[in-house]
Ligand binder design. Structure first.
Ligand SMILES: Nc1ncnc2c1ncn2[C@@H]1O[C@H](COP(=O)(O)OP(=O)(O)O)[C@@H](O)[C@H]1O
Ligand SMILES: O=c1ccn([C@@H]2O[C@H](COP(=O)(O)O)[C@@H](O)[C@H]2O)c(=O)[nH]1
Length: 264
């Protein structure tokens, strides 16, 4: 796939947002974008779903239509294509992302989304922390946590309404493939997260802190064109808002952060 170089070379800050199916990964990314206001022009979101392998065999398509193809296994993704696109974006080049159709379980022929370099890239997907090479591309790793029953309820609603699937297939696929693969491949990657967001897009506190961090990155003089359009995180930390008193800003080592609002 071809890539073109942008005028201003940028080193984007790449944020990975992982979590089980229907945990709220895309909703969290959407809320982050919403809250960024005008700054959202400098941020793009990429979904791992766009990189599902194309051209399943006839046998695989039939299995997919019966809810028996394992789309939750790492081999279901075109891993090299995703790495290639992210590397190009990291190098300040534009690239093209395939458009995936969940109804036909295949890419839409000859349709691509062009993505230009950005200062911040949000990447969301169930298995983005599974492969070490991909995992190491993220400057910040977020895991969206949601109760499994809630995820199943959302998945049933989404797949039957939006993806045109019969209820029996959705449940069959979930119980036989989605749930076991979540436990084998996705859940073990939670340990790599810098931030765990319980209750997904409902967690205003966690989303607010992440938005604030992105705003700080974008407003830093290091990200201005005069400084080579580069964002450089010198220290691996998050900053919490200043309380307004003379108390110094609280530094949280990002490797230890689990942002959770108080239980209610
Ligand atoms: N906090 C929430 N409350 C109610 N519905 C939600 C919430 N978060 C997500 N959903 C719904 O659940 C479904 C899956 O959410 P989505 O953000 O797409 O999850 P993911 O990207 O993890 O698969 C969508 O239909 C979405 O509208
Ligand atoms: O053709 C397909 C491709 C994927 N799936 C399911 O999608 C989810 C991942 O997407 P989320 O947005 O994170 O839910 C994964 O669990 C696959 O089972 C599919 O059903 N059909």
């Amino acid at each position: 796939m071809s890539a073109t170089v942008n005028d201003h070379r940028k080193v984007p800050f790449i944020i990975g947002v992982a979590g089980g199916t229907a945990s709220g990964k895309s909703s969290v990314c959407a809320r982050i974008m919403e809250q960024l206001g005008a700054l959202r022009k400098r941020v793009i979101t990429i979904a791992q779903d766009s990189f599902y392998r194309d051209l399943l065999t006839d046998e695989e398509i039939e299995k997919a239509q019966r809810g028996e193809f394992n789309f939750d296994h790492p081999d279901a993704f075109d891993h090299d294509l995703m790495l290639g696109v992210l590397n190009n974006l990291k190098d300040g080049k534009s690239d093209k992302i395939p458009v995936y159709d969940f109804r036909s379980h295949s890419r839409v022929k000859d349709q691509f989304e062009t993505v230009d370099g950005a200062d911040v890239i949000l990447v969301e997907g169930i298995l983005i922390f599974y492969d070490p090479e991909l995992r190491n591309m993220f400057n910040m790793k977020i895991f969206v946590d949601a109760d499994p029953d809630i995820r199943l309820a959302r998945r049933v609603a989404r797949d039957t309404k939006e993806r045109g699937r019969p209820l029996t297939h959705v449940l069959h696929q979930y119980l036989n493939l989605v749930k076991p693969a979540f436990e084998e491949f996705c859940l073990p990657t939670k340990k790599y997260a810098d931030i765990i967001i319980p209750r997904g897009a409902d967690n205003d506190v966690a989303i607010g802190l992440i938005v604030q961090h992105i705003q700080e990155l974008l407003r830093s003089p290091r990200s201005s064109p005069e400084n080579g359009d580069r964002i450089v995180e010198k220290e691996n930390h998050l900053s919490l808002p200043n309380s307004g008193s003379s108390t110094p800003r609280q530094r949280i080592p990002s490797g230890d952060v689990h942002i959770m609002s108080r239980p209610h």
